[in-house]
Design a binder for this molecule. Structure first.
Ligand SMILES: Nc1ncnc2c1ncn2[C@@H]1O[C@H](COP(=O)(O)OP(=O)(O)OP(=O)(O)O)[C@@H](O)[C@H]1O
Ligand SMILES: [Mg+2]
Length: 247
């Protein structure tokens, strides 16, 4: 499954997405509830949330501030577990896993793209992209080749030795996207990926997502921006912790 798309001696390209373009379910949320307990105060951030996301889909999750988007993203990204309900990834229930097991799923199956890029400042673009491969069994050469191919793919072949502070915001986000792709994840999960970008750079990042989707990747974008959401092929709307019925 994960990583299988990248044969041992092959260099990944975006078209290598490990997907079945049939309607196989990648993510299934069943009656998910999330309750935060702050001292004696109990706050229910998600109530009875159920939906499915299929392999190869491009889905936007949108809703007003405080509606529960980041809470949902943390669950889908295996950064947190629900209070009740089930979350299945490729049929495996991840909602009761311990921290170590969750970390393994995160490292192998999910490529994260954050609003703040989250690149490591002392490392070059190439080293940042290579980083997720350090935990696996890849040789130095494999790591370099895969990472370089992805930086070329996101249009940064000329910037591989630049450090984050020597790159524009849009370039940094493209490095982050290359990093998200390098382990061949089942899912690209992006939280407000254009939130810190001007319109030109935002457009470039969204164009890249369009291309990733066209090549079969599964993408989930969390955003409060209706323009960003409109690029997805399906929009899931959330309000006050509950799904809004689809129109
Ligand atoms: N760790 C926490 N402890 C307690 N309450 C929390 C916690 N995280 C979020 N909440 C509450 O849960 C609700 C949903 O928060 P969440 O961050 O998911 O919203 P959001 O839709 O991502 O909003 P935004 O668009 O502003 O990022 C909010 O009322 C928030 O105050
Ligand atoms: Mg949020």
């Amino acid at each position: 499954m994960v990583g299988d798309s990248l044969a041992e001696d092959s260099v990944p390209v975006l078209g290598d997405a490990d997907v079945d373009l049939g309607r196989e379910v990648l993510l299934q949320l069943v009656d998910i509830t999330k309750v935060y307990q702050l001292g004696s105060v109990r706050f229910q951030a998600l109530t009875s949330v159920s939906f499915e996301i299929y392999h190869g889909e491009y889905v936007a999750i949108t809703g007003p501030s405080g509606s529960g988007k980041s809470t949902l993203m943390h669950l889908i990204g295996c950064l947190d577990v629900p209070t009740s309900g089930q979350l299945l990834i490729d049929g495996k229930d991840v909602s009761r896993l311990n921290e170590l097991e969750l970390a393994q799923i995160r490292n192998e199956q999910i490529g994260f793209v954050f609003q703040q890029f989250n690149l490591l400042a002392p490392l070059t673009a190439l080293q940042n992209v290579e980083l997720p491969l350090m935990y696996g069994s890849h040789t130095k050469r494999e790591r370099g080749e895969r990472s370089l191919a992805l930086l070329e793919r996101v249009g940064l072949a000329d910037h591989v030795k630049h450090r984050p502070n020597e790159l524009s915001g849009g370039q940094q986000q493209r490095v982050a996207i290359a990093r998200a792709l390098v382990v061949g994840p089942s899912l690209i999960l992006a939280d407000e990926p254009t939130g810190n970008l001007d319109s030109k750079n935002a457009f470039d990042v969204l164009t890249l997502f369009d291309e990733l989707h066209a090549s079969g990747r599964t993408i989930v974008v969390i955003t409060h921006d209706s323009e960003v959401a409109s690029r997805a092929s399906r929009i899931i709307r959330i309000r006050d912790g509950k799904l809004e019925p689809t129109q």
